[in-house]
Design a protein around this ligand. Structure first.
Ligand SMILES: Cc1ncc(COP(=O)(O)O)c(C=O)c1O
Length: 478
């Protein structure tokens, strides 16, 4: 070691040699100075620290006397091998950073029916790489500067066109805010909406939004679901003025809210000033059967629906690009109070995405993904239909996951655990419920199919069948 930097304070009561000795001792104990490390020469270190060589000699000799350091004639001072003894009482080492994960399972499952997975193999690598390469050119150097807080105008423009054609959302690019994920946009929205609001969310529902609301100390009304989703009658008591909903594919239950229900929800929101609907249209690109139903936003003519969409499902969740469409009144609040927040999305990524949509790759990619995901869904549905006992399939008409109501006498916990024992990760609905699931209700298991290949889906379904239906339910056991 050439030198080390230590702050020695001559103003302190503790003598300088002791300050230096303590510092080196701590460095050895903590492992920063390891066995065999050569300490700087006395002359050099004294000069560097601007202390006398005597002071330094005293500190080194103290370390030698206590066995921390060995003096080797003509070569210098070396850290001794004393680690086991010296570490006793030393500060606990900082644990290595682990990936933040909801999943605390130590065993990696063979097949994971995660509802947040997508098919990684069909990401448009070649086109994306080409566009990214073209973007990182000096002719685009202006992209290195901060852009518009709402996201680059051209990207917002393409998003507004896409939304109009695909979801019936009619908005101007000025109404769109591009942000790093739905959660991030939702938090901004909470600021825009201000304090005096009460929220209602679907139960079961999207835990991230619920958690954000609770973390702000907001009391949240839980709305139970029936087979059509949220019933507006639940809102009749006037407790809440803002509803967060996933009408196109309720998360997690999967039902698609029919048009008459949507109309009733819109009627409710229009009955009183200050009411809003937050429509999270997170996976509406993937609809497999039935007539396309326009978004709530598309059916609303009075500016009461805040629309949120994401590229996490059609492209990649790690891209972190989502968008929010604000009604005029809220846009005004945003422009007055929050426009100074810089955009949370890299302009390079925004530009690549803009080109990707503009050149027609997004549309092509979506069509391809729809075919792929439909095939996977069909495969899973067919495999489940072969199960020996009837299992209800729920929410299979849209999105990237479906649910199974399993009626073989086993509880949700038992189903999840038997699957786990067989190397399969499945998700019990209770993990998405914000209050305990009523006793006696049939267990519901959520299966995301996007991240598994068709062959994996077949194999995993066969294993599930074995695991769930070859055991005797507790009620039949003696
Ligand atoms: C209900 C719901 N909303 C939104 C999202 C997407 O969130 P983000 O845009 O933050 O990736 C998901 C992703 O799984 C979701 O399930």
């Amino acid at each position: 070691m050439d030198m080390f930097t230590v702050h020695l304070d001559p103003g302190r009561k503790q003598p300088l040699y002791d300050q230096l000795y303590m510092h080196i001792k701590r460095e050895i104990e903590s492992g920063h100075l390891s066995y065999g490390t050569r300490l700087p020469s006395k002359r050099k270190l004294a000069g560097y620290l601007r202390i006398s060589q005597n002071t330094l000699e005293t500190a080194y000799q103290q370390l030698v006397a206590e066995g921390y350091v060995e003096a080797v004639p003509k070569r210098g001072f070396f850290v001794s091998k004393t680690d086991e003894v010296l570490r006793i009482g030393a500060e606990a080492p900082i644990p290595a950073l682990r990936m933040l994960s909801m999943d605390t399972d130590a065993i990696v499952p063979r097949y994971d029916f995660s509802p947040t997975s997508i098919d990684l193999d069909v990401f448009p690598f070649t086109v994306w790489k080409k566009l990214a390469k073209e973007t990182i050119q000096s002719e685009h150097k202006s992209l290195l500067q901060l852009g518009h807080p709402q996201g680059d105008e051209r990207l917002r423009s393409t998003i507004s066109q896409y939304l109009y054609y695909s979801r019936g959302v009619s908005c101007t690019p000025e109404q769109i805010i591009v942000g790093a994920g739905t959660e991030s946009l939702f938090q901004l929205l909470l600021q825009i909406l201000g304090r005096d609001n009460s929220f209602a969310v679907e139960n079961p529902g999207y835990y991230r939004m619920y958690r954000i609301l609770r973390s702000y100390g907001i009391d949240v009304q839980l709305l139970p679901l029936d087979e059509e989703g949220v019933d507006v009658a639940q809102l009749a008591d006037g407790r809440s003025n803002i509803v967060y909903t996933t009408p196109s594919h309720q998360f997690p239950m999967g039902m698609v809210m029919p048009v008459n229900r949507r109309m009733r929800l819109l009627q409710w929101v229009n009955e009183r000033d200050g009411r809003y609907i937050i429509e999270d249209d997170y996976d509406s690109e993937f609809r497999y059967s039935g007539k396309p139903i326009p978004s709530l936003h598309g059916m609303d003519s009075s500016g009461k629906v805040i629309y949120i969409g994401t590229l996490s499902k059609p492209l990649s969740p790690s891209l972190r690009i989502s968008y929010m469409v604000l009604p005029g009144r809220l846009l005004e609040v945003y422009r007055t109070h929050y426009i100074s927040y810089a955009s949370t999305v890299s302009r390079i990524d925004q530009h690549v995405l803009y080109q990707f949509i503009k050149e027609g790759h997004f549309e092509k990619h979506l069509n391809k993904m729809r075919r792929i995901y439909k095939r996977k869904r069909d495969r899973l549905v067919a495999a489940v239909r072969r199960f020996p006992q009837p299992v209800d399939i729920i929410g299979e008409n849209a999105g990237l996951h479906l649910l199974l109501k399993v009626r073989n006498g086993l509880s949700e916990e038992e189903l999840v655990s038997l699957a786990k024992g067989a190397g399969i990760k499945v998700y019990g609905i209770s993990g998405y419920c914000f209050e305990p699931v009523p006793e006696g209700s049939d267990p519901v298991i959520l299966l995301g199919f996007a991240g598994l290949s068709e062959a994996d889906i077949d194999a995993a379904a066969r294993i599930l069948e074995q695991a769930w239906f070859s055991v005797e339910p507790p009620s039949n056991k003696a």
